[in-house]
Design a protein around this ligand. Structure first.
Ligand code: PLP
Length: 666
């Protein structure tokens, strides 16, 4: 399949597509036709000599020559994007399929979906038709950017019109796109296609003789999903979705000897993962809690592309750059009051490591050695040694136990025994106050230990104790940050200003790895000295990588410019009503299932004989849900949904339906 796109309407796409279909002996398909007077494009293509049997039927023909979304509306019709996403299978699969788009790339198909999104779904390579007259440099470069920013493969630009070699060269040089050739505008073609078309095809063959080779190269590079294009032999990439011993890849948290073959994901959009074998899977866990506004969000993708071409990396000890300066200002502005500095690292674990080291280093610089970290029972803070030490011990940490430092464990303020737990915490903090550098907590929701939730009042109480007993307070908002629990940061709900705040996961909207540790002025001043030995000795090669910082800025812009707060609130309400539908109005259903929710995090705890992370129940349930195209990853016997904010109500309801069905089986 080869897609013929235009920089605009009326640039000669149809003539080009007809000539290409003739040269390759391929099929022609115009999925959406707006306007049928004096004739449709399919009819013109037939008039230009493509046999009627190779001109496939349109999916939509509208009467008015308008943008498809509007033309459909005026005809009282609607475009079914899902249906368009699966192209027809013509009888002779060996022949190329030439698909002509309607108008330019950013033409809307519906009020929500642009034509270019369809291209992304097809994954087929594109030939961009451009005119040679004035204005074409701008139109063509913009179109190429629109393709590039979405990762759509561009075979090259085909010009239609009078020779303008300078214009053609300029476009090729500025965009890096290949010039495929130029088709002269042929006088009389429209009036008398029969007579002129011979001339057209001869001149096309001459100008685009190199096109067959380009198409052949594309096919062998696996573009067009291994389809046979332009007569090239069928190519398919070797299968790398096997069980694991055939693949050189070692995946995280995976027992390769027992794991199902992984999904081979080729692209993703919104809350959907598209796999090589044509499945569309709802990413109900935001790809391990990172994706906020949907996958491959155009704004973030474009920001990454621009920044990558401008400044990819600069060591951050001796240099600074605008993306990091701006991001720091934004984070400090959004964070709870009192946090005034942002320190960057690579991910959540390193953000926590930096936070712990800041706390311990702060006391050291004050001349007080405080060797104890306090943490909540059941906490999880990452997989590096310091973060592992602060976290609860369990199957993940068993092998490393002798290497982990001891932690003062405070009881989890379970709502049913909150007062007792807090009282005990206060005793412990008071007793050990001279030895404790900091208390680290996941505010309001403990993710890994099963989406365990506690009240803002308890969070506030824990923070108050730390203030009373002179213990630093570290909020690990790696998971809860960026709107997950309903407020921008979970600490906000309790009016708590931590001394140190750890961020990652959603910080780039789920596009790139980046960790940030925010610190109060007091902490920063603890390292401020003429004495260089008192500096904070921590850093990573990619600290404050400009591309990642730019992605984070784009993420924050989306919060400002799209109705994200409304989406979060609506999704939270939907979870509430779906949980009720599933379990009735009680927090605990007759079958013993407990439900809990905070913001867009909803969890179901299923009673079972072997609870805990290694429980087989969760894996069985996940396997079933995946067979229904919902990706879940239960934490032992806790099934949760933590979907991207852009998920549609239909997607969320479907996830609940599938969970409900799976519970009946389990
Ligand atoms: C995921 C997580 C981490 C670790 O982040 P990584 O990016 O996976 O290293 C730390 N703390 C919390 C609360 C997390 O949920």
């Amino acid at each position: 399949m080869i897609v013929i796109a235009g920089t605009d309407t009326g640039v000669g796409k149809t003539v080009f597509a007809a000539a290409l279909a003739r040269m390759l002996g391929g099929y022609y398909w115009k999925p959406v036709q707006s306007g049928r007077d004096p004739s449709t494009d399919s009819a013109r293509v037939r008039a230009l000599g493509v046999p009627a049997g190779r001109v496939l039927k349109e999916r939509h023909v509208f009467s008015r020559p308008l943008s498809p979304h509007r033309a459909a509306e005026l005809d009282g019709a609607a475009i079914d994007v899902e249906r368009l996403a699966s192209p027809p299978h013509p009888p002779d699969a060996a022949r190329a399929l030439i698909v002509e788009l309607a108008g330019g790339l950013l033409v809307p198909l519906t009020k929500e979906v642009l034509q270019v999104e369809l291209l992304k779904r097809w994954g087929a390579p594109v030939v961009l038709c451009a005119r040679t007259s004035l204005g074409t440099i701008n139109h063509t470069l913009l179109s190429i950017e629109a393709l590039k920013s979405r990762g759509i493969p561009l075979l090259g630009v085909a010009f239609v019109g009078k020779a303008m070699p300078d214009t053609e060269r300029t476009i090729a040089a500025l965009s890096g796109a290949r010039r495929l050739g130029r088709l002269d505008w042929i006088a009389g073609l429209e009036e008398d296609p029969g007579r002129s078309s011979k001339f057209l095809h001869a001149s096309f063959r001459k100008s685009f003789s190199g096109l067959r080779r380009v198409l052949g190269d594309a096919a062998s590079a696996g573009l067009g999903q291994g389809e046979k294009i332009g007569g090239a032999p069928r190519q398919s990439l070797s299968d790398f979705s096997g069980r694991g011993d055939q693949s050189p890849v070692w995946r995280p948290y995976t027992q390769h000897a027992a794991a199902e073959p992984p999904l081979l994901v080729e692209s993703a959009r919104g809350a959907t993962l598209y796999t090589r074998d044509g499945r569309e899977v709802f990413d109900a866990i935001s790809s391990w809690w990172v994706t906020l506004h949907g996958h491959s969000h155009p704004r973030i993708a474009a920001a990454i592309g621009r920044q990558a071409g401008l400044l990819d990396q600069a060591l951050f000890a001796d240099c600074t750059h605008e993306p990091a300066e701006r991001l720091s200002r934004e984070l400090v502005r959004l964070a709870p009051r009192g946090l005034s500095k942002a320190f960057y690292s690579d991910d959540g674990s390193t953000a926590v490591e930096a936070g712990l080291k800041m706390a311990i280093g702060y006391w050291h610089n004050k001349g007080r050695e405080r060797g104890l970290i306090a943490a909540l029972e059941g906490g999880y803070h990452g997989d590096t040694f310091g973060a592992m030490s602060a976290g609860e011990r369990g199957p993940f940490t068993k092998a490393y136990a002798p290497f982990l430092f001891d932690v003062l464990r405070l009881p989890f303020p379970e709502p049913s025994r909150e007062a007792r737990a807090l009282e005990r915490s206060e005793q412990l903090l008071k007793r050990h106050r001279d030895r404790i550098a900091a208390l680290i907590v996941e505010p309001l929701v403990q993710g890994v230990s099963g989406m365990r939730m506690y009240s803002p009042a308890a969070l506030k109480a824990l923070h108050g104790m730390c203030r009373r007993w002179g213990v630093l307070f570290i909020a690990d908002e790696v998971m809860t940050g960026f709107g997950r629990t309903g407020t921008f940061f979970a600490c906000e709900a309790a009016g708590v200003s931590p001394d140190i705040l750890c961020l990652s996961k959603g910080i780039t909207g789920g596009s790139l790895a980046l960790g940030a540790t925010l610190a109060s002025e007091e902490i920063f001043r603890g390292f401020w000295s003429k004495d260089r030995s008192r500096a904070f000795f921590h850093g990573h090669s990619y600290t404050a990588n400009p591309i990642a910082c730019r992605a984070a800025l784009a993420n924050l812009e989306i919060f400002k410019e799209e109705p994200v707060a409304m989406r979060i609130a609506a999704q939270a309400r939907l979870h509430e009503s779906e949980l009720k539908r599933l379990l009735g109005s009680r927090a605990r259903s007759p079958s013993g299932i407990r439900a809990r929710r905070m913001g867009t995090i909803a969890a179901l705890e299923i009673p079972c004989r072997e609870p805990g992370y290694l429980s087989g129940l969760g894996r069985r349930l996940a396997r079933f849900c995946l067979s229904r195209n919902v990706l879940l990853r239960p934490l032992g016997n806790v099934v949760y949904i933590m979907a991207p904010y852009c998920s549609t109500p239909k997607e969320i309801r479907h996830a609940y339906d599938v969970i409900e069905e799976s519970l009946k089986l389990s």
